[in-house]
Write a protein that binds this ligand. Structure first.
Ligand SMILES: [Fe+2]
Length: 468
């Protein structure tokens, strides 16, 4: 067979850190935007062995685990290796390699090296560092936030959804917003091949690859991984349900193929809600606000029961919801006053049940709205906080215009707004949940420096600004 070219064009990733292991990921794609749906990534219809190694050092002199995975055509030649037997709370490095039909004497087909980190042991009280990202519409801007995040090497990165946007190129792109071209043909994604090539286009971005290679990721999705504003099995536009079911199944499959998940799609669904414990410090509870949604039920009954049970039984200092949508009440001053429809304000009863089950130590991480916010969730009858929320701005997606000063004035529990693109970093100890709002000044060209616009901490049951 002819040499196919370098296969690790989409980089490497790791995710789902546990105390004894992680998932390491790559996908073979010598021609990442290939137009033949029968040869995704330019790969032939055959299984390909891929060697993997995990080491304690970046130079791979202390290899602790290695093996061979089999990249399958049916899964877009993605590779998800469950590495176990690792030590808790430790840094590791990993890489992949492949032989024919890729290798040549001067191009040995070895992947870049990724850095990852296992979760701490169950009884560990060690501090946890994390980062949060959300909403990375490719054509809206450069991934400068990811470039800066990669340098920070947190213990874990949470992605809160809108990893891709399914849109095609609009007939008349808004001036100033359409700064990078999509892959050709730039049509709206509906088929498995469309979604695969959209993920590939995003992953060809070096800044995004750097962020994946720098730390393990834990991801959840919002709507644009499938279609704007879909809910459960229903398309937002009332179109043919059978066609939407095929589209959703294809989109979920492509999501799995490009992210370091532990669990494969099963039939037309993909198990997304899950628990990632970090010692005695934090239980991160990752929610799926899309797949099981019905009219007044954001999570579906099975997920809600799982969450309530987890919140009630958690012994960690902080119970952290990792999910896309604005959780606290946010009234938009009128007339008439309004609340967000694609936010927890439209699911008030379920929100109240979650807060009641969580009790003290609840923190919510959110995305979706393309701006930074910080606030208290609510107060009990004696004025004590029932928890805090940190809303992460977008990596690149343009925000819609709202009068944020008026929203802050109408919602005194909301304490902070910043309208730049960026990400969050945080440090969690048993004493304090601290979050820094990281911002970049521009995304319409590469190279913006990063700065910290505010630091907030939850301490002694209250949200406090720490940098002024
Ligand atoms: Fe978004």
């Amino acid at each position: 067979m002819a040499n196919l070219g370098y296969p690790f064009t989409l980089g490497v990733a790791s995710g789902e850190p546990a105390p004894d292991g992680v998932i390491i990921w790559t996908r073979l794609a010598p021609d990442p935007l290939g137009l033949d749906p029968g040869r995704p990534g330019g790969m032939p219809r055959q299984e390909v062995p891929v060697r993997w190694q995990v080491a304690e050092d970046q130079g791979f002199s202390k290899i602790v685990r290695q093996g061979t995975a089999h990249a399958q055509h049916a899964w877009g030649h993605s590779v998800h290796v469950r590495v176990d037997g690792l030590r808790p709370g430790r840094e590791y490095f990993y890489r992949f390699s492949a032989d024919a039909p890729f290798a040549t004497p001067d191009n040995p087909a070895t992947s870049p090296v990724g850095r990852t980190r296992t979760a701490p042991a169950a009884d560990s009280g060690a501090a946890v560092s994390f980062a949060v990202v959300s909403c990375q519409r490719f054509e809206h801007g450069y991934y400068t936030a990811h470039r800066h995040l990669a340098v920070e090497r947190p213990d874990v990165v949470f992605h809160l959804g809108d990893y891709i946007y399914e849109y095609g190129r609009p007939a008349a792109p808004a001036p100033g917003r359409y700064v990078r071209p999509l892959e050709a043909p730039a049509r709206e994604c509906t088929t498995l091949h469309d979604y695969r090539n959209r993920y590939a286009k995003y992953r060809m971005d070096g800044d995004l690859r750097a962020a994946h290679a720098a730390a393990p990721w834990v991801t959840t999705w919002d709507d644009h991984e499938v279609e704007d504003n879909y809910a459960g099995t229903r398309p937002a536009d009332g179109s043919d349900p059978a066609a939407f079911a095929r589209r959703r199944t294809a989109a979920y499959r492509a999501y799995f193929e490009h992210l370091p998940l532990r669990i494969r799609p099963d039939g037309d669904g993909l198990q997304m809600y899950r628990w990632r414990p970090y010692g005695t410090v934090a239980d991160f509870l990752v929610l799926d606000s899309r797949q099981h949604r019905t009219g007044t039920d954001m999570l579906g009954p099975a997920q809600e029961q799982w969450l309530i049970n987890r919140l009630r039984s958690s012994r960690a200092r902080w119970k952290v919801l990792v999910q896309p949508l604005f959780f606290a009440e946010r009234i938009f001053p009128g007339p008439p006053p309004a609340v967000g429809r694609d936010a927890w304000d439209a699911f008030k009863e379920q929100r109240a049940r979650i807060m009641a089950a969580a009790g003290e130590g609840l923190v919510v991480l959110s995305g979706d709205v393309h701006n930074h916010w910080a606030g208290e969730l609510a107060f009990d009858g004696t004025g004590n906080s029932l928890g805090a929320e940190f809303v992460c701005s977008s990596v690149s997606s343009a925000p819609s215009g709202t009068d944020n000063a008026a929203v802050l004035a109408a919602n005194p529990h909301l304490k902070y707004f910043d309208g730049h693109r960026g990400y969050l970093t945080g440090t969690v100890t048993r004493d304090r949940f601290e979050v820094s709002f990281r911002t970049v000044d521009f995304v319409d060209r590469p190279g913006a420096p990063v700065s910290t616009s505010a630091v907030f901490g939850v301490e002694g049951g209250r949200l406090r600004r720490l940098d002024v």
